[in-house]
Write a protein that binds this ligand. Structure first.
Ligand code: OSB
Ligand code: MG
Length: 370
């Protein structure tokens, strides 16, 4: 697949409702869309970074730099055989996984179109339908949160995840559990705590959460292992796991019982599958995490989540959970059972990219030609 041209398009899409995490309150989804032109086809990838390095060390500014000045020169005008070939050409880049993943995702999209196969088939997916959960931000009041939970339960979401931060944690969990005694409920701290808070997490055991996501340091597994030993509720690692090697190490010291996989965080779908395989071999269930992505990233996540060890509900909500407008036709939509159908050769489900929508959201563009 000869790479003839690369477009990096910066887009801004307002959130339908602000989304507050322990690290920021999002009002606009700032993202990069990568287009690879090759032999009459265009492969799309979405960069999942944010406007600032708040979730991990990258942001859309650093990703733009890495894609334009490091990745593009390594692949422009070159014949890229497949995602592995791409990854070997950019292997000199340390870190910067979100940037590497954005282009890797576009290479998979090219391959899918060239081989005329669904991504599910290329990745070895086995599930035709996947269950989805919802991730709920920090709200002004507990009453507001309870209302939101009610709304998404009515839509059928299979798991309710609540973002927490110091001051919005145990009391909130207690109140939600009281109102909804039986729901599958989880919390996500995005690294907002330390081992000094061990008693808080011990107290969480009483509320039978399905897991506690990334309570401690964004690059830590050691303290997570200490915490996991002290509590019954499984820890689910997110930020800390950026490679299959990280997963192997975390599992070997019992730092977690579950891992959330994001292909963006670990440099692409190729590494995500390796993490999936390490977890499966060790009896660690996984689910597909989200980065409030636009449709291009959201649709690729659906196919990744069709691999066999993706057994827990995913953060792949319908487009309308976050946005009024999206960039695929159709938008990502849930079934009446709150599942997503995985596109494959048999079911004829197919998503197109809405170029006009991208153009409406565009704030800047870089064009790199061979
Ligand atoms: O930690 O899972 C996370 C959103 C932005 C950054 C990090 C995370 C999240 C979410 C929402 O929890 C996931 C989604 O629905 O896309
Ligand atoms: Mg998380």
């Amino acid at each position: 697949m000869k790479i003839e041209r690369i477009d990096i398009i910066r887009v801004n899409n307002p959130f339908a409702h602000p989304f507050q995490t322990s690290f920021t309150k999002f009002t606009v989804r700032d993202a990069l869309i990568v287009k690879l032109y090759s032999e009459g086809i265009v492969g799309y990838g979405e960069c999942k970074a944010f406007f600032a390095p708040l979730y991990n060390p990258e942001d859309n500014g650093t990703c733009l730099h890495i894609i334009k000045n490091m990745i593009a020169p390594a692949i422009i005008g070159k014949d890229i055989a497949d995602p592995d070939d791409y990854l070997s050409r950019v292997a000199f880049i340390r870190g910067n996984k979100l940037a590497i993943a954005a282009v890797e995702n576009a290479i998979w999209d090219l391959k899918m179109q060239r081989d005329q196969k669904s991504l599910k088939t290329l990745l070895g997916g086995t599930q035709s339908e996947i269950k989805v959960g919802v991730s709920l931000g920090i709200e002004p009041t507990v009453t507001d949160l309870l209302k939101k939970i009610e709304k998404y339960l009515a839509e059928g979401y299979h798991r309710t995840k609540i973002k927490i931060k110091p001051g919005w944690d145990l009391e909130v969990v207690k109140a939600v559990r009281k109102h909804f005694p039986d729901i599958v409920m989880t919390i996500d701290a995005n690294s907002a705590y330390s081992l000094d808070d061990i008693d808080l997490f011990k107290a969480m055991d009483e509320y039978h959460l399905a897991y506690i996501e990334q309570p401690l340091g964004e690059d830590d597994i050691i303290d997570h292992a200490v915490l996991q030993k002290a509590i019954q509720t499984p820890i689910c690692l997110d930020e800390s796991i950026i490679s299959a090697e990280d997963a192997r190490k975390a599992i070997s010291i019992n730092a977690c019982g579950i891992i959330n996989i994001k292909s963006s965080r670990c440099g692409g779908i190729t590494e995500a599958i390796k993490i999936h395989d390490v977890c499966m071999a060790n009896g660690i269930p996984v689910w597909c995490g989200g980065m409030t992505e636009l449709g291009i990233g959201r649709v690729q996540n659906i196919s990744l989540a069709s691999l066999p060890n993706f057994t827990l509900a995913h953060d792949i909500a319908a487009s309308n959970r976050y946005f009024h407008e999206d960039i695929t036709i159709p938008y990502v939509n849930i079934t009446k059972d709150c599942t997503l159908i995985v596109p494959d050769e048999q079911n004829g489900i197919h998503y197109d990219v809405d170029e006009a929508a991208i153009e409406r959201m565009m704030v800047a563009i870089e064009v790199i030609k061979a």
